[in-house]
Design a protein around this ligand. Structure first.
Ligand code: ZN
Length: 185
């Protein structure tokens, strides 16, 4: 959905509590080929879907890989600089220079721990089933559970505005009801 630019569907999936997953690998062909997990953010940056990348960052739709390696890996950075354009390079640069607050890092760690079995269960798993229930069963305040399910104001940002989402700042936008966002998916 990210690659084909179906942003309304991406938005719906994120806002409905689907966890960020690495469903396959992506090959980088700079120097020696490197395989990296195709996290939603990695796919958005490598395929120049920068509106999607901005949306994922504003909703904190990160996998562990995004936090641990995507922003820091020299080979990935070289590949992005050579093949993915100035804006992808800029976004990676901002991400690596502006560490996430601890609370966001904790939420990514919890989310990836809860969704681990969805990834390893193979291609026929019904991925979202069970994740929301797992989050609901945690002994956490409701606001943190909503953050884990990405049910926060940024997830409602209108697809038409994704290009303008600033990186590294908290964005609040009223949930969109336009036909482009609500009429699909
Ligand atoms: Zn909209």
């Amino acid at each position: 959905m990210v690659i084909t630019g179906r942003n309304a569907v991406v938005r719906k999936v994120v806002a409905n509590g689907f966890p960020p997953l690495e469903l396959r690998m992506e090959e980088l062909n700079y120097d020696t080929p490197v395989k990296i997990p195709a996290s939603p953010l990695a796919v958005a940056l490598l395929r120049r879907r920068l509106d999607c990348a901005r949306y994922f960052i504003s909703t904190c739709f990160f996998t562990r890989f995004d936090i641990e390696r995507l922003c820091w890996d020299i080979k990935i950075r070289q590949h992005v600089r050579h093949f993915c354009g100035r804006e992808s390079t800029y976004i990676l640069h901002i991400l690596s220079n502006k560490p996430l607050p601890l609370v966001n890092l904790s939420l990514v760690a919890i989310s990836s721990a809860l969704s681990q079995d969805f990834v390893s269960d193979g291609p026929n798993t019904s991925y979202s089933l069970g994740f929301i229930e797992k989050v609901e069963s945690l002994a956490l305040p409701a606001s943190l559970k909503r953050a884990l399910l990405h049910q926060t104001p940024p997830s409602g940002i209108c697809c038409k505005l994704w290009d303008e989402i600033p990186i590294g700042e908290t964005v609040y936008s009223p949930a969109c009801k336009c036909l482009r966002c609500e009429g699909q998916g």
